[in-house]
Design a protein around this ligand. Structure first.
Ligand code: FAD
Length: 367
């Protein structure tokens, strides 16, 4: 399957049902299975492991398409893709051969960093990963794990001796308990759940490479993928907002003229257009850096995530304004975009955390 076929499949499977899924808090299992089973949710995995082998640029455009259709499905795509990337980045050849084909043939995976006391500050993680002979024992609490309600595999980050480690935990292992986050404000069908790990024992070959490295180093490697995926998802949010507002502003007449001819409304449309174009360009630049593995990649991904998320939050607010009461119903695409976009400023490095890191790049380059 290529990017075009994947785009067609997603578009057909989602159709206009995302609003209903959001209200129900659930994407039908057969939709998730159909996409995960064809490798669409982790499309950068190489073909030798059953993936589509897409570049970051092509997967980015696919992610934007999903983001425009359904923020919850895009969230699952981000976490499943981030799990696959973490396995590719830190797994040995044997671990990659063991796990990646499972992911591309439909076993949903998710990534668990956050804890009640460790959000932006991941160094405060307390989940313990300890070796015990041929096993690894994991104990701790993870919160807000996207897709954990559906996942078969959990990629868990925790403390390991003086450093940190990543371990793959099958979700049906004794001692794992998931509890859905009740009534999330947005991306409501993404199966967010808290995960309780009570002396969970898994074979030691679930421990990925890099064990003992600082947690910030391990987490930032995995988060790079998530940030870029969220950024492309935000491009999708802006495109969905443009589609809805362009249709409405040209057909709704007030004071004897279509809304689009009133200059203050036209300004909103111009701002949305600029936001979508600049977010697309910053994301495409970051993806090209990612594909070429240039030294600029980390900074380009941060810039893309921060710019796309803040632009989507502002753009979705403007879209609600242009729609007026026509968009003010729960389930309407712009109402959903408005809620989803706000959370994009919090996840995968909040706007403030991105700004702190970007300020360091600014000082390095300009002081
Ligand atoms: P806090 O860290 O408590 O921050 C609260 C506010 O303070 C934010 O505005 C933040 O920017 C600001 N702040 C914090 N520190 C500073 C600072 N030094 N300087 C300036 N401002 C600061 N976690 C996972 O592990 N896996 C997932 O799949 C996952 N999915 C998620 C999906 C959703 C929809 C949401 C809402 C969360 C998800 N999370 C997930 C958790 C997410 O990673 C955290 O919410 C995020 O890291 C922020 O942490 P926090 O919510 O604890 O906020």
């Amino acid at each position: 399957m290529n990017k075009h076929d994947a785009t067609t499949l997603v578009t057909e499977l989602v159709g206009d049902r995302a609003g209903a899924w959001d209200l129900a808090g659930r994407i039908p299992g057969e939709v998730i299975a159909a996409l995960a089973g064809k490798g669409v949710l982790c499309a950068e995995v190489p073909t030798e492991h059953g993936g589509l082998g897409l570049s970051s640029v092509d997967n980015g455009e696919l992610t934007a398409t999903v983001g425009a259709l359904c923020g919850s499905l895009r969230s699952l795509m981000t976490s499943h893709g981030m799990a696959a990337w973490t396995l590719s980045r830190f797994g040995s050849a044997d671990q990659q051969s063991a796990y990646l084909p499972r992911l591309t043939f439909g076993a949903l995976a998710t990534v668990a960093f956050s804890e009640p006391g460790a959000g932006s500050d991941l160094a405060a993680m307390t989940t313990e990963i300890a070796r015990d002979g041929d096993s690894v024992v994991v104990t701790g609490e993870k919160v807000w794990v996207t897709g954990a309600a559906h996942a078969e595999l959990l990629v868990v980050f925790g403390r390991f001796g003086d450093g940190a480690a990543i371990v793959v935990v099958p979700a049906d292992t004794p001692g794992v308990r998931t509890e859905r986050v009740p009534d999330p404000m947005a991306c409501r069908a993404a199966g967010h759940a808290d995960v309780h790990l009570d002396h969970v024992r898994v074979p030691a070959d679930g421990l990925l490479g890099g064990a003992g490295l600082p947690v910030t180093l391990l987490a930032s490697a995995a988060l790079g993928y998530g940030r870029l995926s969220v950024a492309w998802g935000c491009v999708g949010i802006l495109r969905a907002c443009l589609k809805a507002t362009a249709a409405h502003a040209t057909t709704r007449t007030q004071f004897g003229a279509p809304l689009a001819e009133h200059q203050l409304v036209a300004r909103h449309l111009a701002d949305l257009h600029v936001a979508e174009r600049t977010a697309t360009h910053t994301c495409a630049h970051a993806s090209r850096c990612w594909d070429a593995a240039t030294p600029e990649t980390v900074a380009a991904v941060l810039l893309a995530k921060h710019h796309a998320a803040t632009s989507a939050a502002r753009g979705a607010a403007a879209a609600v304004q242009v729609m007026g009461s026509a968009g003010a119903r729960d389930g309407h695409p712009v109402a959903r975009a408005y809620r989803d976009a706000k959370l994009m400023e919090i996840i995968e490095g909040s706007s403030e955390i991105c700004q702190l890191a970007l300020s360091r790049y600014a000082l390095t380059e300009w002081s």
